[in-house]
Write a protein that binds this ligand. Structure first.
Ligand code: KIV
Length: 263
């Protein structure tokens, strides 16, 4: 392993006012390209349940799947910080269980940190993991593992009470030792207030430009899913169309006998 970005580098960049760049990746070639682009961190998100496996939500991602994909990503990454996302019910059922699962991301899969979503247990779990050597990134706002509780993919923290709650949650996670906090689908003005109130970096997705960094989902950035265009994402490529065109050309060449790549 060459020198990968550490959580200290992450904080130092934030302290210098440099914006942090985070992208998800889920397999070896994806991680090779994303790492070579010079991002600060790669998140192996439980979004792989939807993006890679075609399921309707992140709720059915399993520890085995997360470890399998994190291993592939970690094999590719030379310079970025690798963060594994703790799936639903891998950290809510008890401290020992959470440590065993979080530890597997580090010891088996080659990640350097884990991410977990806000839940009542999150502060206690965060401090327990941190005390045991597992760096933790928090996640507040729209937390996809609560999608049924939220009744869909809705912005959080829109009223005063909701905004205050998000600020408190983010501060609580910082106090518990989280090295960064993801803010998802939060009004930009609230994300700005949270970012100004925390020393650790905030990483936004659908939370406006004032966070200390941004995270995007690889498939959204690359236009890999033709029927899914979330408002908070920017497609830099339209790979679904490009791949379709390439395969159509290949099919046409095979069928016409033009396909002769060498033997
Ligand atoms: O799973 C994921 O990709 C995430 C990001 C959207 C932050 O949690």
């Amino acid at each position: 392993m060459e020198k990968r970005t550490t959580i200290l580098d992450f904080q130092a960049k934030c302290d210098k006012g440099e914006k942090l760049v985070v992208v998800t990746a889920y397999d070896y070639p994806m991680a090779l390209a994303v790492d070579a682009a010079g991002v600060d961190a790669i998140l192996v998100g439980d979004s792989l349940s939807t993006t890679m496996l075609g399921r309707p939500s992140t709720l059915s991602a399993t520890m085995d799947e997360m470890i399998h994909h994190t291993k592939a990503v970690a094999r590719a990454v030379k310079q970025a910080l690798v963060i594994g996302d703790m799936p639903f019910l891998s950290y809510q059922l008890g401290l020992e269980d959470a440590l065993e699962n979080a530890g597997a991301f580090l010891s088996e899969a080659g990640a350097q940190a884990v991410k977990l979503e806000w839940c009542p247990q999150a502060p206690e779990v965060t401090s327990f993991l941190v005390e045991n050597g597992v760096p933790v990134m928090g996640h507040v706002g729209f937390t996809p593992q609560h999608v049924h509780q939220w009744g869909g993919y809705h912005q959080q923290g829109k009223d005063k009470a909701g905004a205050t709650r998000l600020l408190q949650q983010a501060k609580t996670l910082e106090k518990a030792g989280a090295f960064a906090v993801v803010l998802e689908l939060v009004p930009p003005v609230i994300a700005q207030k949270i970012s100004q109130s925390l020393k650790v970096p905030t990483i936004g997705i659908g939370a406006g430009p004032h966070c200390d960094g941004q995270v995007q989902v690889f498939h959204d950035m690359m236009g890999l899913l033709p029927d899914f265009h979330p408002k908070h994402a920017k497609a830099y490529l339209h790979l679904h169309e490009e791949i379709k065109k390439a395969v159509q050309q290949y099919a046409q060449e095979v069928r016409s006998g033009k396909f002769q790549p060498g033997s």
